[in-house]
Design a protein around this ligand. Structure first.
Ligand SMILES: C[S@@+](CC[C@H](N)C(=O)[O-])C[C@H]1O[C@@H](n2cnc3c(N)ncnc32)[C@H](O)[C@@H]1O
Length: 272
């Protein structure tokens, strides 16, 4: 190989290498910037009261963008949901699918023979779920309702289904307990509640400085006095549970834990 060719090749190599170096440097700077921006987002859980968190979450879940995202999900169940439904739900049972979104699980279970009622607090999600049910000719009864204000009589259902971490979207603890007590009351004795939550795993959500700071700020009336470790804000509110904490909430509503799938983010509760 001539000397000219060798030097051309090493020049090209250096040029390409410099481009890679530049892009990796920019990526690092952007990552730090992203971390900083998500840190500021965290402050929503201490600056807002539960009312304001609720107001924001309602708007978030009712946005056209979220409805579009969930309407794209066809009627399917993930492997864990599929296994639990087969194990615990009566094939022709009376089911309430709470926080049903655009109808993913409600449509499927109705098609399989269950008598399905479904509710969500987002009027747009419900309108989309109704449209899909009409189109598919599936007889689901829909309602716009909050998880902690369920409009159903006592002992109305054999089965209750709450998927996709939705228990963790309820803020604060007292509202989650209110929801669990209502869930208990609308289930028939022997009824089963398959529910999903977000578990705290590893160092997530951050336990360090932000938690220390928030625990101090919550002593002041200017801040969210209902803040609890595990409360987190990322796009929308989510509470990340420790196992003992979640078990205490189930106990308070008198639910019996039949199965505990911590890693899959599901629990199966029963009313005796
Ligand atoms: C992650 S989506 C899941 C939708 C559906 N279950 C699915 O898996 O496709 C969460 C749903 O919970 C609803 N939601 C959140 N908080 C709620 C509340 N407090 N009361 C009623 N619905 C709620 C939202 O409107 C949204 O439709």
């Amino acid at each position: 190989m001539s000397g000219d060719k060798v030097s051309q090749m090493s020049l090209r190599y250096i040029a390409g290498y410099s481009l890679l170096l530049f892009s990796s440097l920019v990526r690092r700077v952007l990552n730090q910037f992203y971390l900083l921006v998500s840190l500021t987002e965290q402050f929503a859980v201490i600056v807002w009261t539960p009312r304001e968190i609720e107001r924001y979450s309602r708007t978030y879940w009712n946005s056209r963008e979220q409805v579009r995202n969930y309407a794209m999900l066809d009627d399917w169940l993930c492997a864990t949901e599929q296994a639990l439904v087969e194990r615990y739900f009566l094939k022709d049972g009376e089911l309430l699918n709470a926080a049903c979104g655009a109808g993913r699980e409600a449509l499927l279970l109705s098609r399989r023979g269950m008598k399905v009622t479904a509710c969500d607090w987002s009027p747009r999600m419900i309108a989309e779920a109704q449209r899909r049910a009409r189109e598919a000719n599936v007889p689901v009864r829909f309602a716009v309702a909050d998880l902690y204000d369920l409009p159903y009589p006592e002992k109305a259902f054999d089965c209750l289904f709450l998927t996709n971490n939705a228990y963790s979207y309820v803020c604060p603890r007292r509202r989650r307990i209110r929801f669990l007590k209502q869930a208990y009351s609308i289930l028939r004795p022997g009824g089963v509640f398959i529910m999903s939550f977000a578990p705290a795993v590893g160092s997530f959500p951050g336990k360090g400085i932000s938690q220390w700071l928030f625990m101090r700020l919550k002593r002041s009336a200017l801040f969210n006095r209902d803040y609890e470790p595990g409360d987190h804000f990322r796009y929308s509110f989510t509470h990340f549970f420790q196992p003992e904490e979640l078990r205490q909430e189930f106990d308070e509503a008198k639910f019996l834990v039949k199965e505990w799938l911590w890693d899959q983010q599901y629990a199966v509760l029963a009313k005796e």
